[in-house]
Design a protein. Structure first.
Length: 133
């Protein structure tokens, strides 16, 4: 199964833009239930993770970063979650997920993709992410 990244213009840009879907150059990292997965973002500007979900089940998605997290990591992040088919978005560019993990309900069986990116474009550093029920 190929996973695609959808590239959009950021909110502060204006004009007409095409939406381009292209396969990720690096496959998403699998997450194990309840286990923190430490990661880093460099020049590529984002990191992707996934876990397999069952339709109707609820999952919490939690992340730890430099601003709203434990203080153990160096990057202030924004996180999005969506179904691997790209048709269902659970949340987009949330920047607080440590003390208030995001609760999602899987709408169908399959992979949930978690996208992590810097709060400010161009920043690099470390963070951690996990999911649990």
């Amino acid at each position: 199964e190929k996973v695609y990244i959808y590239v959009f213009a950021d909110w502060y840009e204006s004009g007409t833009y095409a939406i381009k879907a292209s396969p990720l150059s690096t496959p998403p990292t699998p997450l194990a239930a309840s286990a923190w997965s430490a990661g880093s973002i460099g020049a590529e500007g984002y990191a992707f993770y996934y876990f397999n979900a069952t339709a109707g089940q609820q999952y919490y998605i939690q992340w730890d970063d430099s601003y709203f997290g434990s203080g153990s990591y160096s990057l202030f992040t924004k996180v999005s979650a969506y179904h691997a088919d790209g048709c269902t978005t659970f949340f987009t560019d949330c920047y607080y997920g440590y003390s208030n993990p995001r609760l999602i309900t899987a709408t169908k069986d399959g992979n949930i993709i978690i996208k992590v990116r810097p709060y400010s474009l161009g920043n690099t550093g470390t963070f951690a992410v996990r999911y649990y029920q």
